[in-house]
Design a protein around this ligand. Structure first.
Ligand SMILES: Cc1cc2nc3c(=O)[nH]c(=O)nc-3n(C[C@H](O)[C@H](O)[C@H](O)COP(=O)(O)O)c2cc1C
Length: 173
């Protein structure tokens, strides 16, 4: 069973692809009740990463004691190219102590499209870009460059290859 929450659709794209590959149902985190997942042994939770938090992940956290015997795999959809660092940071920030070491978390690259962004998100991104631009240009890394270059436009880094670690975790090729 795949549970997901998206704001700008890139997470939904991954959820749909995974649902096809696994021939498994997918449901939006906002729309589900615990009883919807009770019959499944495995739950893959996919959520967009927003300022270090995984969208909608509270559903899993809140119900963890009741579902901890299931295999739970988390996929966070984020813009960064630094997958290893993001994985560490997102796991530290979002997984409870009980989940750490038990619930695997993977990072999948997402997308941005300023034309679809709401006012608050656009404002937050403008602050972030402003902050990064204050740094000396020679200290800009690939992520900073991509953030500044794509500011106001759109960039899509989604790729099916990012689903591979999750499929491997599930012993699916
Ligand atoms: C306000 C805002 C905050 C974000 N925070 C992060 C972040 O902390 N780390 C990151 O890698 N990407 C961040 N992103 C990028 C999103 O994770 C990326 O756009 C992702 O594809 C969103 O998933 P969704 O399209 O399913 O909503 C942020 C984007 C916005 C608009």
């Amino acid at each position: 069973m795949i549970v997901y929450k998206t704001k700008y659709q890139s997470t939904k794209k991954y959820a749909e692809r995974l649902s096809q590959k696994l021939d498994a149902p997918m449901l939006e985190a906002d729309k589900i009740k615990l009883r919807d997942i009770k019959d499944y042994d495995t739950v893959v939770y996919l959520g967009g990463a927003y300022i270090g938090s995984i969208l909608g992940f509270n559903f899993i956290k809140k119900n963890y004691t009741l579902i901890k015997d299931k295999k739970i795999i988390v996929g966070a959809v984020a813009l960064t190219s630094k997958l290893y660092e993001a994985k560490q940071r997102l796991a530290q920030h979002n997984l409870t102590e009980e989940m750490k070491g038990k619930v695997p978390l993977y990072v999948l690259r997402g997308a941005v499209d300023y034309s679809k962004m709401n006012f608050i998100d656009r404002f937050l991104m403008s602050l972030l870009v402003k902050m990064e631009k204050k740094k000396d240009e020679k200290d800009w890394d690939e992520d900073t460059k991509a953030l500044i270059e794509s500011y106001g436009k759109s960039a899509d880094f989604t790729d099916e290859k990012y689903l591979e670690p999750i499929l491997k975790e599930l012993n699916v090729q």
